[in-house]
Design a protein around this ligand. Structure first.
Ligand code: HEC
Length: 277
């Protein structure tokens, strides 16, 4: 997403993007008539390229680059997209107590709102990079830290979604700090640790389940191959009617004509936009 949004930004700004390559002028002396013809063609290309990119003129407006940037916050497993900053376990502990513990417990152990975040991993797991408890018959709780393969996901998720009741309210340094605190609770980093963009790769090398995720298998096997490696049909594809989900004809019209049931009130749908010119 990090990259695709950037390229989207270029795509949606035709004025700044390159126009279709104009055919070069003939090298021989240009007659006034043929020059006029070329001008006509070029102006057509220009007009067309601007209008072609605006399929719904007068509806909404293009997102600005800064608007796109504020949504473009994903952090990849290779740490692309990770902003620089730092936060210590100690700072994280304070934040945790005021902003996270009420739901997740003082040590990330509470099953109250979500399965526990921390617990169920050992030093041996940290060394191996596989969490034994995930497959052990005796272990039935699966905490977040047991399953998590990439520390970037922890960082990214906290930044975009937590605290649950005030998402995106933490500063970058605060995200580093609470992440450091959770990592310390799981004995991945020591109590005096300060997590930064520079040492996060070393933390990754200690994630208990870092080797627990693979792309070698899919959800399903198709002809002996994982479904993710089958060849996708992108054009004129045969459709298996049996696999389509359709409403049985007996329920059609049971609740009136759905197409006529737009709400005519509310902030999102049905508002009279003709009032806002
Ligand atoms: C109001 C309750 C609440 C508060 C406060 C809260 N969380 Fe959460 N947290 C949740 C819930 C609910 C989920 C599950 C959300 C979901 O799956 O959509 C969750 C999920 C998570 C997860 C992901 C677990 C997983 O395995 O997917 C992490 C990590 C997390 N919270 C960290 C934090 C941090 C850090 C804070 C404080 C900055 C915090 N939470 C504050 C309720 C809360």
């Amino acid at each position: 997403m990090y990259r695709s949004l950037k390229s989207l930004a270029t795509l949606t700004y035709p004025r700044f993007a390159t126009y279709p390559t104009s055919p070069s002028f003939p090298a021989s002396p240009v007659s006034a008539k043929s020059a006029a013809l070329w001008l006509l063609i070029l102006s057509f290309i220009f007009t067309y390229s601007v209008h072609a990119a605006e399929p719904f003129p007068k509806i909404g407006r293009r997102a600005t680059l800064s608007e796109i940037a504020s949504w473009d916050i994903d952090v990849r497993a290779d740490f692309r997209g990770l902003p620089s900053g730092s936060g210590s376990v100690t700072q994280g502990e304070k934040l945790w107590e005021s902003k996270c513990a009420s739901c997740h417990g003082a040590f990330g152990e509470s099953p109250a709102v979500f399965p526990p975040l921390i617990g169920g991993t050992t030093q041996a797991d940290i060394e191996r990079g596989r969490v034994a408890g995930l497959t052990a018959a005796t272990e039935n709780a699966k905490t977040t830290i047991m399953k998590l393969a990439t520390v970037s996901t922890l960082w990214d998720y906290i930044r975009r979604a937590m605290p649950f009741d005030a998402p995106k309210s933490l500063s970058v340094d605060e995200v580093y700090a609470v992440s450091a605190y959770l990592l310390n609770l799981a004995d991945i980093v020591p109590a005096d640790f300060i997590l930064t963009e520079k040492n996060i790769a070393q933390v990754q090398a200690r994630m208990p389940n870092r080797h627990g995720v693979s792309t070698q298998h899919g959800m399903l096997d198709i002809a002996g191959k994982p479904d993710v490696s089958s060849i996708a049909c992108m054009k004129d594809c045969p459709v298996n009617p049996a696999s389509l989900v359709v409403l049985p004809s007996t329920v059609n019209g049971l609740n009136g004509n759905l197409a006529e049931q737009n709400r005519n009130y509310g902030s999102l749908r049905g508002i009279d936009t003709s009032r806002h010119k």
